[in-house]
Design a protein around this ligand. Structure first.
Ligand code: C2O
Ligand code: CU
Length: 467
């Protein structure tokens, strides 16, 4: 081959190698989410519809499926009469895309748009929701499932979403307009009186006998801690808060879902099953029918598979905690009804409890400070292991959520815990002490707050600074 021919050939080769890349980049579609008022049939057929705020006209919003480790572009177009943002809950993304108004971006005005561009490093089950006045906007329906696909499909026959919410509805189907009420904020948060799964009352999920299905459970409740039972079927937990467990675990008891938590289940429908298999919500005195599997058709297989589904590990699973070199801080949680909080700092000023509640609407404090403080709970050099000892000096449980990172519980009530799953939201019981640890490897300012949204509104928020 002459040199000139070689050059021509290699130029042609590199051009052809580049073409598919350009083509792929151009083809990566922009996803648009448009929050706007809508009507939703939350209560079911024959009942009045509910005026909600919804992404793409439905509650929950459309399932957003994105690939792992590839840049995505999601445009928020605000069709509300209120400013808003979207938070991609649980994704370890770039700080500027985290969707926290006044913190990582400005709130997006009515009629305005914002472009979110990020790359999700870990496959799994996440969700997206409003982070502006979330106690109101999430209560009105602004949430949806966010699924980051595994690189190769997981060996199940089918999958269903199971995104749960409890609403406070009147008999006329209208949402009670008392969002952010102080009495809710001082107690367990806004608890509803109407349970929906996938935005419906007791929906029927169609399956064939012998089906192995993945159920992606997500709690979008403002505050209620829910529990679900699956009588008559074999259930395994394969992931929590998006992250695969080291090994699948049999679900022995009810599935507990605190606000914002997720659990991926593998459910094997018996091959001789027929008719309805009811899923019950059992957190209150009277079990409620949450949903059911409607089993019909020819069996998919004659016996349950002998092996269990294993998810491939995520990059996160490669994190190793350096507890000897860790930065350790305490987070004392105080306040709420029947609490001891006498005074707290708010926006740099010390107030007694009475003024704090009546004039500032603040009822809770972290380390003596209510609301999002101007200084972070901690500064961590990038890559440092951090432990936070959460000391719950209140009479209430709290679902603590860290943005931009996943953590492991390493201590409960002062006793070491090993092999805990990676989570982004952990439930801390009244009077409990829970120490979490994580590698602070994602630079930026990250919120750390209670996901009982009224608690956060009334003081339970702080932040960390990484890098
Ligand atoms: Cu799911 Cu700061 O939130
Ligand atoms: Cu709380």
């Amino acid at each position: 081959m002459k040199r000139r021919d070689f050059l021509t050939a290699s130029a042609a080769l590199s051009a052809s190698m580049m073409l598919p890349r350009f083509a792929m980049a151009a083809a990566a579609p922009m996803i648009t989410v448009r929050p706007a008022p809508a009507m939703a049939p939350l209560m079911g057929v024959g009942k009045p519809e509910t005026a909600v705020w919804a992404y793409g006209k439905s509650v929950p919003g459309p399932v957003i499926r994105i690939p792992r480790a590839k840049p995505v572009h999601i445009r928020l177009e605000n069709g509300l009469e209120q400013a808003t943002t979207v938070h991609w809950h649980g994704i370890r993304l770039e700080n500027a895309m985290d969707g926290v108004p006044g913190f990582t971006q400005s709130a997006v005005a009515p009629g305005a748009a914002f472009d979110y561009r990020f790359t999700a490093p870990d496959a799994g089950t996440y969700w997206y929701h409003s982070h502006e006045k979330s106690w109101e906007q999430v209560a009105r329906g602004l949430y949806g499932p966010l699924i980051v696909e595994e690189d190769t499909p997981v060996a199940v026959d089918t999958e269903h979403m199971f995104i749960v919410d409890d609403w406070r509805l009147g008999d006329d189907g209208a949402i009670a307009q008392d969002m952010g009420a102080l009495r809710d904020a001082a107690h367990g948060g806004r608890l509803g009186n109407w349970l929906t799964v996938n935005g419906l009352t007791a929906p029927k999920l169609a399956v064939r006998p012998g089906t192995r299905l993945r159920l992606r459970c997500i709690s979008a409740a403002n505050a209620r801690i829910m529990a679900f039972r699956f009588p008559g079927v074999a259930v395994h937990v394969i992931a929590v808060d998006g992250q695969p467990l080291a090994a699948p675990e049999t679900l022995e008891d009810a599935l507990l879902l605190a606000p914002a938590q997720r659990t991926d289940l593998v459910i094997d429908i018996p091959s001789d099953a027929a008719g309805e298999i009811v899923i019950e919500e059992v957190s209150t005195a009277e079990p409620i029918k949450a949903a059911s599997f409607n089993v019909s058709g020819a069996p998919i297989r004659n016996a349950a598979p002998s092996d269990m589904v294993r998810l491939p590990p995520n990059p996160l699973n490669g994190h190793s905690l350096d507890l000897d070199g860790a930065l350790n801080v305490d987070l004392v949680m105080e306040g709420g009804a029947m609490g001891q909080l006498a005074k707290a700092t708010y926006q740099g000023q010390l107030f007694d409890m009475r003024t704090l509640v009546q004039e500032k609407g603040q009822i809770w404090a972290f380390n003596g400070e209510a609301g999002a403080p101007s200084a972070p709970l901690l500064h961590a050099p990038r890559g440092r292991t951090v432990t936070i000892n959460m000391i719950n000096d209140t009479r209430w449980p709290h679902a603590m959520h860290l943005h931009g990172h996943h953590f492991q519980v390493i201590e409960r009530e002062g006793m070491p815990v090993t092999g805990a799953p990676w989570r982004d939201t952990e439930l801390v019981a009244p009077a409990e002490r829970v120490r979490i640890a994580f590698v602070a490897d994602n630079p930026g300012k990250w919120l750390f707050h209670c996901h009982m949204l009224e608690h956060r509104m009334a003081g339970m928020g702080t932040w960390i600074n990484v890098g």
